[in-house]
Design a protein around this ligand. Structure first.
Ligand code: PMT
Length: 408
């Protein structure tokens, strides 16, 4: 076996993950799966079927996975590659998994490198089906999925939505972050089992008139990453999403809101039974005093337009004041301060003002924090002491935050 196929690194959390890609249009999204696994620090080996390479190019997969891509059963025969890849794997993720591949896996066929890899492996297998609704609901596919589940294969999705053509329905591959989260969950401790967690994500919008609003650039990625990670670790998660720019995961309860007042109501209701509330949403501090009934016209306003804004309730402060014994309240502090020491001081002042148990100080700017895939945070406890620092993907930040809460 070649050195590059060696299993997980002893003493690290790095896993040797095989990503199998099969021939469906969703193959382009596999690039996002690989990228997220790499960002989370894992070693990724792609095994693509010939059909997959009709949808996504080998150079792309090699550049993103940082490893050569295996496709051919008859390459590397001297290294017994058809079994070596599977034997060395800690985890196999097949995304997308077509109806054809699912049928072959259920039958235990090994007529290509991916089939051999799965058969030769003792690693957990996670598949993300992607196909048209009729194929997904066909009794053959239904039976094949039951067979795979009964053998311990984890099936993520499919989601419901727009398919390749004009039709929509069940069969769409779920988003890469959800696949990655579910895949890593099969090897994760279920340390939040039985705990109820509320996470807010996204940015609230305050209407000016029927067509305009005041808002912010939060995409919801950080909050969604926390919700996904918590669900993957066994928590019962409610995600309160404000104008999310990425798809909400299927593994959590989702409540969509638009304004700060709606967010406040949703969090108030959801937090009644929650053990932990995590406020990752970017919340508008002010809203227009009144909302115009019709579009504000420049013809009637002249050269200047003044807006009267009124203060929104501070949801985090309210949660901290009314929390039940044992309930943990976590906030984020989005700050543009460039100096590290001054940034920390802003965080310390904010955690004391808001009264939360923890606060993640998050430097933000034109190109950081908001809407990016990565993040960098310093987590303070209620006294202002640093309890965790994390940089990397938003999923990695989410897990480090949960590691602290698991010990709290
Ligand atoms: O969604 P992404 O694109 O992934 O970006 C993630 C993020 C940068 C938005 C996120 O990591 C983050 O920092 N969220 C907090 C943004 C924010 O509103 O920060 P703040 O410093 O203004 O507020 C401090 C805390 O009070 C936050 O937990 C906020 O949710 C809460 N708050 C703020 C105002 C208000 N009226 N009520 C509140 O509860």
């Amino acid at each position: 076996m070649s050195a590059r196929l060696g299993g997980s690194q002893p003493g690290t959390n790095q896993l040797n993950i095989v990503v199998g890609i099969t021939g469906g249009i969703a193959a382009y999204k596999a690039v996002g799966v690989i990228r997220a696994l790499i960002l989370a620090g894992h070693d990724v080996h792609v095994v693509a079927t010939d059909a997959a390479l009709r949808f996504v190019g080998k150079p792309t997969l090699e550049a993103i996975s940082r490893n050569t891509v295996d496709t051919d059963l008859y390459e590397g025969v001297a290294q017994v590659r058809h079994v070596a890849i599977g034997q060395a794997a800690d985890l196999i993720v097949i995304a997308p998994a077509t109806a054809n591949t699912i049928a072959k896996l259920a039958a235990g066929l090994a007529d290509d490198l991916l089939g051999n890899t799965v058969l030769a492996s003792k690693a957990p297998v996670v598949i993300a089906p992607a196909m048209h609704t009729e194929m997904w609901q066909n009794p053959a596919t239904v039976a094949n999925i039951m067979t795979l589940r009964s053998r311990g294969v984890t099936v993520v999705g499919p989601g419901v939505g727009q398919l390749t053509g004009t039709d929509s329905g069940p069969g769409r591959m779920v988003e890469p972050d959800e696949i990655v989260s579910a895949a890593l969950a099969v090897r994760r401790p279920q340390d939040f089992e039985g705990r109820r967690i509320v996470v807010t994500a996204g940015g609230t919008r305050e209407a000016l008139d029927p067509v305009r609003y005041i808002g912010n650039r939060s995409s919801g990625k950080q909050g969604i990453a926390i919700a996904l990670a918590a669900a993957a670790r066994g928590a019962d998660v409610t995600l309160v999403g404000a104008n999310l720019e990425v798809a909400a995961p299927a593994s959590v309860h989702v409540q969509h809101v638009v304004t700060t007042l709606e967010l406040a109501d949703a969090v108030d209701a959801a937090s009644q039974n929650a053990d932990i509330v995590i406020m990752a949403a970017a919340v508008a501090d002010y809203r227009p005093e009144s909302i115009a009934e019709s579009k504000i016209k420049k013809e009637t306003q002249g050269d200047r337009l003044s807006l009267e804004l009124v203060k929104n309730p501070d949801i985090l402060t309210g949660l901290a004041r009314s929390r039940r014994p044992g309930q943990i309240i976590v906030g984020f502090a989005a700050e543009t301060e460039p100096d590290d020491a001054a940034l920390l001081e802003l965080g310390r002042a904010k955690v004391q003002r808001k009264g939360s148990d923890y606060l993640l100080v998050n430097r933000v700017g034109w190109n950081e924090g908001f809407a990016t895939d990565g993040n960098s945070v310093v987590m303070l406890d209620g006294r202002g002491d640093i309890v965790m620092e994390a940089s990397g993907s938003k999923s990695a930040v989410a897990d480090k935050l949960l590691d602290v809460l698991a010990r709290a």
